[in-house]
Design a protein around this ligand. Structure first.
Ligand SMILES: NC(=[NH2+])NCCC[C@H](N)C(=O)O
Length: 284
């Protein structure tokens, strides 16, 4: 979604990464590219947060919890917001599954409505659920989100959507690597999307074009630096990880305002861009 963001939930690296010692012990288990530097992560996060705070009225922080690990930094994944409230998900990455319970407690404490919760064998990550517009939900079916979850989510949002469109995700680098639908598409305005077409099914690309989207095509080297993961703060106002000059320039050429933050430690090493760091609770 691309409408003006009014309220978000995030998690500070102080509460997710905890300390350098903790990072040293855990980064391999969580399949990070390398060990993040804690002090640099804190600095990067301040930069990231400053941009968020400049544009979003309410910013709320998930608490530190012993039940969850490094990936809890990526506050987008354990829940998905619909206009009526949150769906509590269950991650396709087993290590991340406890994040949902902590989130649920947090939402209940804040009296934020919950519309449903995945049950049984269903698994899904927030990164696989993309609102194309108010009434259209795309769901990526890959290693992180299964058919059972898609069925349950369809039932939960039936009264709020016209269409749920399932997008088959490719195997690409395999089960252990994080590939979400949000890795290959970001909607930054009603007619502007950032895409990595090489991993996109043809029907999706054709559908976007047919619906009038202009596509910003991310080159391979910038896809690897999470250039395709762009957070819309408002229509055509967005945020990218620095080091993606080609994508950034194309966004500017399309009339967008682009903010950048350095995200080597908080984004690149854990494979989580600005959309993954931010859970959008409410947009206009
Ligand atoms: N919405 C996202 N794309 N989140 C990225 C999460 C990255 C995290 N390391 C994981 O593997 O789950």
């Amino acid at each position: 979604m691309y409408k003006k963001l009014n309220r978000v939930i995030v998690k500070h690296p102080n509460d997710a990464f905890i300390s350098q010692e903790h990072l040293s012990k855990e980064w391999k288990r969580f399949n990070y590219i390398n060990e993040p530097d804690f002090a640099k992560a804190q600095q990067e996060y301040e930069q990231f947060l400053a941009i968020i705070k400049e544009h979003v009225g309410y910013v709320e922080f998930l608490p530190e919890s012993e039940r969850v690990g490094l990936d809890s930094l990526y506050a987008h994944d354990p829940v998905k917001f619909t206009p009526k409230g949150a769906i509590i998900l269950k991650s396709g990455k087993t290590l991340r599954q406890p994040e949902a319970e902590v989130y649920k407690d947090f939402l209940q404490e804040k009296e934020i409505p919950i519309v449903g919760e995945l049950t049984g064998q269903a698994v899904a990550d927030g990164g696989d659920l993309v609102w194309l517009d108010d009434r259209t939900l795309l769901i990526g079916r890959g290693y992180r989100t299964n058919d059972e979850a898609i069925q349950q989510i369809k039932e939960m949002v039936a009264d709020q959507v016209d269409e749920v469109i399932v997008v088959q995700l490719p195997h690409d680098q395999g089960e252990d690597e994080c590939l979400h639908l949000m890795s290959i598409i970001s909607i930054v305005d009603e007619d502007l999307a950032v895409v990595y077409s090489r991993l996109m099914p043809v029907f999706l690309r054709q559908m976007l074009i047919k619906r009038g989207f202009r596509l910003v095509e991310v080159p391979e080297d910038e896809y690897i630096r999470l250039g395709c993961n762009v957070l819309a703060l408002a229509p055509r106002v967005c945020m990218v990880v620095s080091g993606n000059p080609f994508t950034k320039q194309q966004l500017i050429d399309a009339g967008a305002t682009v903010y950048e933050y350095d995200g080597n430690e908080i984004s690149y090493l854990g494979t989580g861009g600005p959309t993954c760091l931010t859970c959008p609770v409410e947009r206009d």
